[in-house]
Design a protein around this ligand. Structure first.
Ligand code: ADP
Ligand code: MG
Length: 662
């Protein structure tokens, strides 16, 4: 059934969901929550300023509504919780005014402003809280459709189909509930136990299908045959000699390894691990050059458009004077532009294509793709795999990753992948000095920032990360902008970048920052990966506790890109002992190990750490044991040929047999 047939979905909503690939009710039902909120009364004594609060009570008066900025309004009223009397403000809910009166029972969800005894509510629900906690699924917002709206729509579904993939004997082995029950429950669990049972099925299934593909790919001999190439080393060396800098020893070693892989009769399947700023890009560029010399097309895939465009300008510079056609393919190109690129790719009028995962969308047909490079590989979900329509050629594969993962884990998922490590930084780099500060010490932070601005250096400021809502992200960014403008508005230009901006706007800001026009760039984590501005010497991260260590390390790596001393300031009122390791080391391998150690398992309700390899539900580290089981089970299934009894699984493998881009 098409989603348009559901009540509550108008043409506009339908279009937005469609553009996110959700066409049918069955698609929608498999759009899972990424975490859960437990809705229960907050203990006010435990809250600090700015914390999330959930509280019920009684309105003391009829609200007053104040209109501003044409479309905005602000509603306020007094709220009695039995113990405290709060002021409540909430934006753009003026339409609720007539439903609230003195004595109306309400539950508020919002932020506590302790100083002003105020709750800045983001949500008003009618009625008091029940005595048992409500477990509420939180969904990633889709365009302008919020988590709450998605929940309402999904709750209105009463008929749907799911494919049951896990063979019965395995379901019995692990006592898994039926998939249909699992899917119902994941959207509306009544208690924690139910939720656990549901997740047990769905996580196992996810890892089972993942390992099934992995193992079948690995066991398929066809995937080991490489392309014919015969590239003269001297051509390569003269290219390297002309680069603007001398390669480090580790870069040279990686280049040698890649050169040998590409020239050997076997297919390359290599991962380059190297800390942020260690110079992986140039190694990738050299690989693309070797590939070009042997007459094949090359593709470089980046996780964000910002990064893709940066690669584009970088490559154009490095290949200036060569007769190499380089183009970009990104989701935000106009349909006509895309079509043109498709045509030229197919006709081999393009030698190197850069882009986001749009590179592997259905419509792209390559002429003779010989090399696929995935930058910041850890940022791509492991399930983002697709077929390359490529005239039967199986290209060589290179992954770049700045998140080192311990070797045992790597072996499980990558199996026969070869690994090159870039351990040394380009010479002349200084260690980044990192400070940990609380919000009370903001003055010190502003002082440090002022010092850098005086030296004509540039600064990144990262707004708190809130995963589920672009809207809150935006509010955070705007608040920071106010703060920074009142501090520095007179001395320098301040720019803002966030997920709601389109590519053109983002590009413009990025250009202004690169050119030095903007001194302070306030941003959400959209700048996190790969962005390279050498004159930026300071990184300030608000609410640093919301980030995983590896992600903080990634962010910090945006500075320290030349021989000037760089700084990172982490601002956090909590989890300071966890964050402390950041002040002690700049070594990404060490930080990643610490991250692995610190993260306890089974954190059912916690915000999932972004920057991990992401499955839809399973978590690479916490569910590692399930992954190991799935690995064994799928190997057995394939090797014993039991799989032939499961046509659904065979079909699945055939559909994704050509190439898997992880
Ligand atoms: P990452 O490994 O994080 O992708 P990049 O490839 O973006 O790092 O490199 C970071 C910066 O270091 C870039 O500005 C790049 O030009 C520069 N760089 C790379 N290799 C060297 C080198 N051998 N000597 C000096 N600078 C280098
Ligand atoms: Mg990079």
């Amino acid at each position: 059934m098409e989603i348009g047939a559901l009540k509550g979905i108008g043409p506009k909503t339908e279009k937005i969901l469609n553009s996110a690939g959700i066409m049918t009710v069955d698609d929608l039902i498999s759009y899972y929550p990424f975490r859960y909120d437990v809705i229960k009364r907050s203990n006010i004594n435990e809250l600090i300023d700015g914390d999330k609060i959930i509280i019920d009570g009684i309105s003391e008066n009829k609200p007053s509504v104040f209109f501003f900025n044409k479309k905005m309004n602000k509603m306020s009223f007094k709220f009695n919780t039995g113990r405290n009397l709060f002021n409540v403000v909430i934006f753009n809910r003026g339409y609720l005014k007539n439903r609230i009166d003195a004595g109306t029972k309400l539950t508020l969800i919002g932020k506590l402003d302790k100083l002003h005894n105020t709750i800045v509510a983001s949500e008003i629900r009618f009625g008091l809280l029940p005595s048992v906690p409500i477990i509420e699924p939180i969904y990633h917002q889709i365009g302008s459709i919020t988590s709450n709206q998605i929940r309402t729509i999904i709750n209105s579904i009463n008929e749907f189909n799911v494919e049951e993939y896990v063979p019965n004997y395995l379901k019995e082995k692990y006592k898994l509930i039926d998939k249909k029950d699992a899917v119902v429950t994941i959207h509306s669990p009544r208690n924690e136990l139910e939720l656990k049972r549901s997740l047990a099925h769905l996580k196992y299934e996810e890892l089972f299908l993942f390992m099934l593909r992995m193992n079948s790919f690995r066991l398929n001999k066809k995937n080991k045959i490489g392309l014919k190439r015969d590239v003269k080393r001297s051509l390569l060396d003269s290219f390297i000699d002309k680069l603007p800098f001398k390669l480090t020893a580790d870069q040279i070693k990686s280049v040698d390894e890649i050169f040998n892989d590409l020239n050997s009769p076997n297919r390359m399947n290599r991962l380059i691990q190297g800390d942020v700023g260690s110079g992986k890009t140039i190694v990738a560029v050299i690989a693309l050059y070797i590939n070009y010399l042997s007459g094949y097309q090359g593709a470089l895939m980046a996780p964000t458009e910002v990064l893709a465009y940066q690669h584009l300008s970088n490559l154009k510079k490095l290949f200036n004077g060569f007769n190499i056609n380089i183009e970009i393919l990104s989701g935000s190109l106009k349909q006509k532009e895309k079509k043109d690129i498709y045509k030229r790719l197919q006709n081999k009028e393009i030698d190197i294509i850069i882009g986001t995962h749009a590179l592997f969308s259905e419509d792209v047909v390559y002429n003779n793709l010989g090399l696929v490079i995935t930058d910041e590989q850890h940022r791509f979900g492991v399930n983002q795999r697709s077929n390359l329509k490529n005239k039967g050629i199986t290209p060589d594969i290179l992954y770049l990753s700045a998140t080192p993962i311990p070797r045992t884990y790597a072996l499980t998922i990558y199996g026969d992948m070869d690994v090159s490590s870039i351990k040394t930084m380009p010479s002349g780099r200084k260690e980044i000095i990192t400070y940990l500060k609380t919000n009370k010490e903001i003055k010190d932070v502003l002082e440090l920032m002022y010092q850098e601005i005086k030296c004509k250096h540039q600064i990144y400021v990262i707004a708190p990360l809130i995963e589920e809502s672009d809207k809150i992200d935006l509010e955070n960014v705007n608040k920071l902008e106010e703060k920074m403008t009142s501090a520095f508005g007179k001395v320098c230009k301040i720019g803002v970048m966030h997920g709601k901006m389109d590519t053109k706007e983002k590009d413009k800001v990025m250009e202004e920052f690169k050119s030095g026009d903007i001194s302070i760039l306030i941003s959400t984590t959209v700048i996190e990966v790969g962005v390279d501005v050498a004159n930026a010497t300071m990184m300030v991260i608000f609410d640093a506790y919301r980030f995983g260590l590896s992600q903080l390390h990634q962010l910090r790596g945006r500075v320290g890109r030349n021989d000037v001393q760089s700084y990172c300031v982490l601002i956090s009122d909590r989890e300071t002992s966890r964050l402390d390791v950041m002040t002690k080391t700049n070594d990404g391998f060490k930080i990643s190990e610490e991250d692995f150690k610190l993260r306890g398992s089974g954190d059912l309700f916690g915000v999932r750490q972004s920057g991990d390899m992401s499955f839809k539900l399973a978590d690479f580290r916490n569910d590692y044991n399930i992954l190991l089981k799935a690995k064994e089970d799928t190997l057995d299934l394939i090797e014993s040929k039991k799989i032939d009894e499961y046509p659904k699984l065979v079909k699945l493998l055939n559909d994704s047999s050509n190439l898997e881009v992880v």
